[in-house]
Design a protein around this ligand. Structure first.
Ligand SMILES: [Zn+2]
Length: 112
């Protein structure tokens, strides 16, 4: 299984950083993981969010978020559109399914 991380939405916000009080460093990122193997891929149901301050170079964890940051977070969360978490078959899976169908068809034909 390989895991890929998709960046769904990223946005700079001009709130005060709870650590360094700069209004220029904060950036929200919303990501979603997608696991895949040779036959199919499946995106995770959960979206992970992180708030990073480029001024003091650290991640700001939700316990430090102010009410204003929470509000901005709610707004940006709506903009992060997750990929559907259903199973997506890859071409190899279709090839296997089709070659199985041909094989079964051939057996039915042979034993008729
Ligand atoms: Zn900061």
């Amino acid at each position: 299984m390989k895991t890929q991380t998709h960046l769904l939405h990223q946005s700079k916000i001009n709130n005060n950083c709870p650590e360094c009080y700069s209004t220029e460093g904060l950036e929200f990122s919303f990501t979603q993981e997608e696991k895949e193997n040779k036959l199919y891929s499946r995106a995770s149901k959960e979206i992970e969010e992180s708030l990073y301050c480029h001024t003091c170079n650290q991640q700001i964890f939700p316990v430090k978020w102010t009410e204003d940051i929470e509000r901005v977070y709610e707004y940006h969360k709506k903009l992060a559109k997750p990929k559907s978490s259903g199973i997506k078959l890859k071409p190899l899976a279709y090839i296997l399914i089709i070659s199985d169908a041909i094989l079964i068809g051939a057996l039915i034909y042979y034993f008729k």
